[in-house]
Ligand binder design. Structure first.
Ligand code: CAA
Length: 391
């Protein structure tokens, strides 16, 4: 954050941010366009990010993480996403969907087995809630886990699972008691190398193309009961509270994408000439830059505030749902606004693959969709504010 704002960063925060910025510029930015084009999973850079501690920033060192706070996670993720949002997606799922869930709801044995690899980036974690017929309406899933003695047998199809084509472990939400509706959902830690687990075809996507996404299929998959995360029926609440953490990550991702598009736009406005002037000297462009910057900083305040709220709630156990949803809603819509304006300011060059502007524009869109659409965020915020059952 520039200037004398509300948030003063510690030396540790500054150092981490600088390390993430240097890594992103030197290692990720040069390969981002190529991986976007091919859609190949960037295993090598992800492994390096793991070695730098970026894949489990809030996980205590004893479990293989970096043992830092939520603001550190947000600062690092923002920098990674400035270079490439797809790397950021993989990082965010490892950190705030998989590791956060195991850390918060796991038994000691589960933490011991599942955290270390994912937090150190040697293994990839995924989070699977969505199904072909259950997206925003997450409580209506059809997949089933049936208890048989000391294990459960899982059958069903899950969709839109980030990192699924390469994941070692999946945090799965599935129905153990359909009559109880959302109170009949349970969470399980799934080893993907066991029989009965299969990966579907990779989704061809508009943006974040280097982050792999696919369906996953369960056919009589046997999971030991000790792999259940939390109690039977607690799955929906676990899914929702983990998404609260995830949504702060998506807000940080949106900030990174918007920040990159904004910086390119300022530089272009200072250089490019038309009608005998720098295009930044026209109010039409200058005022756009002013709006981009203002929204970007407002989004940053909401996102950092959500990170601080989450940090505080680690002690109190309270929810930070409102802060997370507001940050995600505003930051993702800011990313769309800023990248849209950036394409326009760059004109033909904004539409060309010779510059990363069109990639930022394509990548920004997902932040308004995954981990809860903008409509869902508005519903969550309005419900919390009014106490009414808004649908
Ligand atoms: N934390 C803890 N508990 C929560 C909670 C939260 N944030 N939100 C809701 N709950 C609890 C409620 O207290 C309630 O508890 P009781 O059963 O004790 O009453 C229970 O969960 C049900 O809550 P609601 O009645 O509000 O549930 P709902 O059916 O109306 O759904 C919703 C609410 C906000 C629409 C929710 O379904 C939702 O967030 N949908 C969007 C799902 C989503 O984000 N999907 C993205 C999946 S991940 C992804 O994108 C892919 C990837 O790989 C990254």
């Amino acid at each position: 954050m520039s200037g004398n704002g509300l948030f003063s960063l510690t030396d540790e925060h500054e150092m981490l941010r600088q390390a993430a910025r240097d890594f992103a510029r030197n290692e990720i930015a040069p390969i981002a366009a190529e991986f976007d084009e091919t859609g190949e999973f960037p295993s090598e850079t992800i492994a390096k990010m793991g070695a730098m501690g970026f894949m489990g920033i809030e996980v205590p060192e004893e479990y293989g993480g970096a043992g830092m706070d939520t603001l550190s996670y947000v600062l690092a993720l923002e920098e990674i996403c400035k270079a490439d949002a797809a790397h950021g997606t993989i990082m965010s799922v490892n950190n705030s969907l998989f590791c956060h869930a195991v850390l918060r709801f796991g038994t000691e044995a589960q933490k011991d087995k599942y955290l270390r690899g994912v937090a150190s980036g040697q293994a990839i974690g995924a989070y699977s809630l969505t199904e072909p017929m259950s997206g925003s309406d997450a409580g209506t899933m059809r997949s089933r886990a049936i208890r048989e003695g000391d294990h459960y047998v899982i059958n069903g199809r899950k969709s839109w699972v980030t990192s699924a084509p390469v994941a070692d472990y999946v945090l799965l939400f599935t129905m153990t008691d359909p009559e109880k509706k959302h109170r009949g959902i349970s969470a399980f830690l799934i080893d993907t190398d066991q029989p009965g687990f299969a990966r579907g075809k990779k989704e061809p996507k508009l943006g974040i193309r280097a982050s792999a996404t696919s369906e996953i299929l369960f056919e009589d998959y046997h999971v030991p009961a000790e792999n259940r995360l939390g109690e039977e029926g607690e799955g929906f609440k676990i899914a929702m509270s983990v998404l609260d953490a995830g949504r702060i990550g998506i807000a940080a991702q949106a900030l990174g994408i918007a920040g990159a598009a904004y910086e390119h736009s300022v530089a272009y406005a200072q250089e490019r000439e038309a009608f005998g002037s720098k295009i930044g000297e026209f109010q039409g462009v200058a005022f756009q830059l002013a709006d981009m910057k203002t929204r970007l900083e407002a989004a940053r305040l909401l996102t950092y505030n959500a990170a601080l709220a989450k940090e505080k709630c680690k002690q109190t156990g309270e929810r930070f749902t409102l802060e997370a949803s507001m940050a995600k809603l505003f930051a993702s819509e800011t990313a769309m606004f800023v990248t849209h304006a950036a394409v326009q300011i760059h004109g033909g060059m904004g539409y060309s693959k010779e510059l990363p502007i069109e990639r930022y524009f394509r990548d920004a869109k997902i932040t308004e969709i995954y981990e809860g659409t903008s409509e869902i965020q508005r519903m969550v915020i309005a419900r919390l504010e009014t106490g009414l059952r808004i649908t």
